[in-house]
Design a protein around this ligand. Structure first.
Ligand code: MG
Length: 428
């Protein structure tokens, strides 16, 4: 690569291979020899596949019901998505990686950036292999590592490794012809170049990552703003996108699901909306934020020939809050406003927005909907659910039957987060 931002600073991108499928395999060794697919919420589509499943012609996004014959014929293992398990395995991978560098950014559930400083003479490729082995040993999850002087080049290297099915460690320093690598990557596949920027690039004859790297800085600045200019520089090996340790506070929190069965009754919808509100409020408190606006949406199935309806509305709060019961009251009001009878509803959701950090709230003297005792109550509420299981305390309006629950017919146990579901080791 041409030049590096600083000679002793390198980025590593660690990507978990077929992450959801790998999590399922860790505690079920019998699955290791079988092709495996993981389904989206409600067992709708294929969202993760092992390479063996891909070789059978299965693809991401395929509707499950359409592929059932191929799946059964080839003895493909099927699992419903188990986000509790995946979230916990992701946490384990992260904490293993922290021993290699305190500078860590969680980019997604299965991708983490690390920044290495110092020790410029260390054999980085070998170090990458050491990381792959350590993560595998400590968590059971197979990972790939890309090493480069910038985050964008890490992404290029990872992309290349995936397409060409290469080594699990890619170090851009070992590329014999870096220009040839960049020339094979279409400009729209450069990390951070969205479809609008890609269109602008193509109109100007910039078709590949190499073209973008070589375009004039002035052109990039004028046509792609500073975002595009940064990508160009990063492709040159000049680091401009720093590591973002700790996740940035969220701007909104959404909790929505498709129902296992379509529902028409207001009462059932209300139960669902209250359940989603409770989950969203828990995430709000975990982030130490409060919401000033609550939105609720409901809709029928877009892909089925039947009467269609969808609507969304919002309610503001006089003061931002994280109290489940206060937000739940507003959510119910939203639902009352948009609900229409005689439709078969397929999905509902709750969105909390206009989020403010809890310690920055301006307290209102006159119209407070919440009070300090509320905070204590919510704390107790969360503690009880932490101790006895996350659904031990619920809102009364959530109902007990929950006929609308998501379909998850192939769910694996919560191996790592529930005492009752720990894997059992057999001794002979
Ligand atoms: Mg991955």
């Amino acid at each position: 690569m041409s030049s590096t931002g600083s000679d002793d600073s390198y980025f590593l991108l660690v990507d978990c291979n077929s992450f959801y499928a790998s999590c399922e395999r860790v505690f079920q060794p019998a699955l290791r020899k079988r092709p495996l697919v993981v389904l989206s919420n409600n067992d709708g589509c294929l969202i993760a596949l092992t390479p063996e499943a891909r070789r059978l012609g299965l693809e991401l996004g395929d509707p499950y019901f359409k592929k059932q014959d191929v799946i059964e014929k080839n003895n493909v293992a099927v699992r419903s998505s188990n986000y509790t398990l995946y979230g916990d395995m992701s946490r384990r991978v992260r904490s293993t990686l922290k021993q290699f560098s305190p500078h860590l950014e969680t980019y997604s559930i299965d991708e983490m950036f690390l920044r290495l400083t110092g020790s410029p003479h260390r054999d980085l490729t070998q170090y990458g292999h050491h990381i792959v082995q350590t993560v595998k040993k400590c968590t059971g999850i197979p990972v790939s590592v890309a090493i480069a002087p910038t985050k964008t080049l890490c992404k290029v290297a990872m992309e290349r490794a995936k397409i060409e099915g290469q080594e699990d460690v890619q170090n851009t320093a070992n590329w014999k012809d870096p220009e040839a690598v960049l020339a094979t990557l279409p400009v729209e596949d450069v990390w951070g170049i969205g479809s609008a920027y890609a269109r602008t690039c193509r109109q100007a004859g910039i078709k590949t990552a190499l073209d973008l790297r070589n375009c004039s800085s002035r052109w990039a600045r004028n046509n792609l703003t500073v975002t595009g200019l940064r990508r160009k520089r990063e492709l040159q090996g000049i680091s401009c996108i720093p590591l973002e340790p700790g996740s940035a506070p969220k701007k909104r929190i959404t909790c929505s699901r498709m129902f296992g069965e379509k529902i028409t009754e207001f009462q059932d919808l209300r139960e669902a909306v209250l359940t989603y509100t409770r989950h969203a409020c828990k995430r709000l408190r975990d982030d130490e934020q409060c919401a000033a606006t609550v939105q609720v949406f409901i809709r029928t199935d877009r892909f089925v020939e039947e009467k269609k309806y969808s609507s969304i509305t919002l309610q503001g709060l006089s003061q931002p809050t994280d109290s489940t019961h206060v937000i739940a009251r507003k959510a119910c009001r939203c639902l009352e406003e948009i609900y229409r009878p005689h439709y078969r509803y397929h999905k509902a959701g709750v969105i909390l927005s206009e989020l403010v950090p809890r310690d920055k709230i301006q307290r209102s003297l006159t119209k407070a909907e919440t009070s300090p005792p509320d905070e204590k109550m919510m704390h107790v509420f969360d503690e009880i659910n932490k101790k006895f299981g996350k659904n031990s305390l619920q809102l009364l309006g959530e109902g007990l039957e929950k006929n609308w629950h998501m379909r998850r017919n192939h769910l694996s146990p919560a191996f790592t987060t529930r005492w009752q579901q720990l894997p059992i080791a057999h001794t002979v």
